[in-house]
Design a protein around this ligand. Structure first.
Ligand code: 0RA
Length: 646
């Protein structure tokens, strides 16, 4: 399926031409935001890296100019300038202005392609307001120019020149891309990965937008003759290595299916996901067959070795994968001819043959190492045994706590300020973000029928932990006990302690995020509450408009402008903007958001909850990456998230 749809997609792209890229940039480069912007640079660099992987190029230079144009120069063979046999124009023109011509036709070596990569420099050209290509080849320097992917200056000789190479300079089209403001460190990180992973390559990066005290441009030279061994040391940083592991374990193997190499070392830390996996230089953050094979073989090899040496007794259970990988950092890199990239972000390797290829390499490489380095072996296994003990102890405590909480499940959470009324049809509970807003709400409420449950920001961990694990979190537990229905198979709507569950969060990005997560949780674990219409969203105002001793509230910018417009000319007024619930005093909170005769509650529907779930999932996917990106995503989608009912 994957393969054929991919192929069809490519075919269609060819037919549509570069206009399609400008019409649907997201389809080709993932996004028009920062991620997509940086991908454009990677796309150009990847072509130079391909030259290096094929053995024809050893230096690449990436320059960000003051006007935010970017130049990528390599000393590869140069894009051919002769007439293309079928297209009847210079090959360089075909490569840069036709979608299907991104790659080198029928060539050996391992191409960098996959994920959002591999769409071709022509995509970058299509998304650039200007592109200049310079090629040194066949004794001359050649040049041609494009705008928005269309040729503006024919290929021509500039002068005689020795050597070979390609230089591409492009100015991103900001009518399509949201910005052309490159983040140097983002580019640097990726270039460093490439430099570690590609033997004999030197990448120089220059940022002409920033100068140091002496007036020099920022510059980094990335050159690692030690390859992934240096990468593993770099990843380990200052962490203390286990005895006997002063240098990383390195192993490489070649087979018909491709190449495998890994560099590993163990430190005295506790993370068990410290191995970065790459396929054809693409960081496969979603893992895949190569990482599966690696993990299986590593766990099995250690267990077998430990048993054979009596470090693990017959009565002992096996070491788990997490135990063996505790404190492990390093790099697994595979190179193969037709990588299949799958998954949400196309960063999961799908080639099944890679599982056994990596398994075999790890089994041999690690067994050999263990046999030859008994003291290092002992240190790693001791650490894994220790990890297993801790894991078992944690499990025991958790089981105990669970049993206890089953017995005591009637105890209401301490943070809940309950109401006095007992008839659920008459009562409501406000789920409030943050302790300080919770305090205001407790003072503001009408205690006979309104209960308040303040939640700490901790609910944010849901997406990292996964909803199932989140069930054991205190925050979620207090929410479940307060509502009273229990969850999953035990759910009983008749036990609902309130028929209004009102989510009250700040009117900002984080508030929207927390609201999404809460709705997702309720939807997955208590869907009946939503179906019955028991779940609501409170609407705190954004502004307080005061005129003399009178005041009114506005719930949107439009409403504020409307209210100001209503004032007689020259009336003096003040506007207070509420950044969060915490900025309102209890009286204001009551009047605007909690008092039944004034407030507006948005009743949540199943469709709303589904939307929130999608939003949370999207957020979850972004979480691993970086906070700025996440913020940007939420801001972009905040409208949907905030005004679910509209
Ligand atoms: C097509 C064919 C050949 C090389 C290239 C393209 C090529 C493209 C880029 C883009 C940036 N740098 C590049 N270097 C080379 C093969 C040329 C040959 O067989 O001589």
């Amino acid at each position: 399926m994957e393969e054929s749809s991919h192929y069809d997609g490519r075919d269609i792209k060819v037919l549509k031409g570069l206009e399609a890229v400008r019409l649907r940039p997201g389809m080709y480069i993932g996004s028009t935001g920062p991620r997509g912007l940086h991908h454009l640079v990677y796309e150009v660099v990847d072509n130079s890296v391909d030259e290096a992987l094929a053995g024809y190029c050893n230096t690449i230079e990436v320059v960000i100019h003051e006007d935010n144009s970017v130049t990528v120069t390599d000393n590869g063979r140069g894009i051919p300038v002769d007439k293309h046999p079928t297209e009847k124009k210079p090959t360089v023109e075909v490569v840069l202005s036709q979608l299907h011509a991104g790659g080198k036709f029928g060539e050996g070596g391992y191409k960098v392609s996959g994920g959002l990569h591999g769409v071709g420099v022509s995509c970058v050209n299509a998304l650039s307001r200007k592109m200049i290509a310079e090629v040194k080849r066949d004794g001359f320097l050649w040049e041609m120019e494009f705008a928005q992917g269309k040729k503006t200056v024919d290929l021509h000789k500039v002068k005689k020149a020795a050597g070979t190479g390609t230089r591409i300079t492009f100015w991103v089209d900001t009518t399509i891309m949201e910005s052309d403001n490159y983040d140097y460190d983002t580019l640097l990180n990726r270039m460093r990965e490439i430099a570690f992973l590609t033997k004999n390559i030197k990448i120089t990066m220059i940022d002409e937008r920033t100068r140091d005290a002496e007036g020099n441009f920022r510059k980094d030279v990335l050159h690692y003759p030690g390859g992934i061994v240096e990468f593993a040391k770099f990843l380990n940083g200052e962490n203390e290595k286990l005895p006997g592991l002063s240098k990383p374990i390195y192993y490489e193997a070649t087979s018909d299916a491709g190449e495998v190499e890994f560099a590993l070392l163990w430190n005295n830390g506790y993370t068990s996901d410290g191995v970065k996996a790459f396929a054809n230089n693409i960081h496969t953050t979603e893992g895949g067959t190569h990482l599966d094979g690696f993990r299986n073989a590593l766990t099995r090899t250690f267990n077998e070795y430990a048993r054979s040496k009596g470090l693990l007794k017959d009565k002992d259970g096996n070491l788990s994968g997490d135990d063996v990988r505790e404190g492990l950092v390093g790099v697994l890199s595979v190179k193969l001819h037709n990588p299949q990239f799958e998954g949400q972000t196309k960063t999961k390797l799908g080639n099944t043959e890679m599982r056994s290829v990596v398994q075999a390499a790890v089994t041999t490489g690690i067994s050999d190492f263990l046999e030859e380095h008994p003291s290092a072996a002992k240190a790693i296994i001791n650490k894994a045994v220790q990890s297993r003990k801790v894991r078992e102890a944690v499990k025991k405590t958790r089981d105990l706590a669970r049993r206890k909480s089953l017995l005591e499940s009637s105890t209401l959470p301490g943070k809940l300020a309950d109401c006095s009324e007992r008839d659920p049809e008459l009562t409501e509970i406000y789920i409030v973000e943050g302790d300080s807003a919770g305090g205001s709400a407790k003072m503001a409420r009408e205690r006979s029928f309104q209960a308040i449950l303040p939640l700490r920001g901790k609910i944010l961990n849901i997406e990292r932990a996964g909803l199932h694990r989140a069930l054991s979190s205190e925050t979620i537990n207090s929410l479940i006990t307060a509502i009273g229905t229990s969850v999953g198979d035990d759910f009983d709507i008749e036990k609902a302690r309130y028929h209004k569950v009102i989510i009250m969060t700040d009117a900002d990005v984080d508030g929207a995020h927390i609201r999404c997560l809460l709705l997702t949780f309720l939807y997955r674990y208590m869907p009946e509450m939503i179906k019955r219409g028991y779940v609501y969203i409170a609407q705190p105002p954004l502004y307080r408009l005061a005129v003399g001793r009178k005041h009114t509230y506005a719930y949107s910018d439009e409403q504020l402008q409307l209210e100001i417009g209503r004032l007689a000319p020259n009336t003096k007024y003040t506007v207070q903007r509420y950044k969060g619930l915490g900025e309102m005093d209890p009286k204001q909170l009551w009047e605007t958001t909690m008092e039944p005769k004034n407030r507006t509650l948005l009743q949540v529907t199943v469709e709303d909850a589904e939307k929130a779930e999608e939003a949370s999932e999207a957020i979850a996917k972004l979480m691993g990456n970086n906070v700025e990106y996440r913020k940007e995503f939420i801001q972009k989608n905040a409208k949907d998230v905030r005004f679910l009912d509209i």
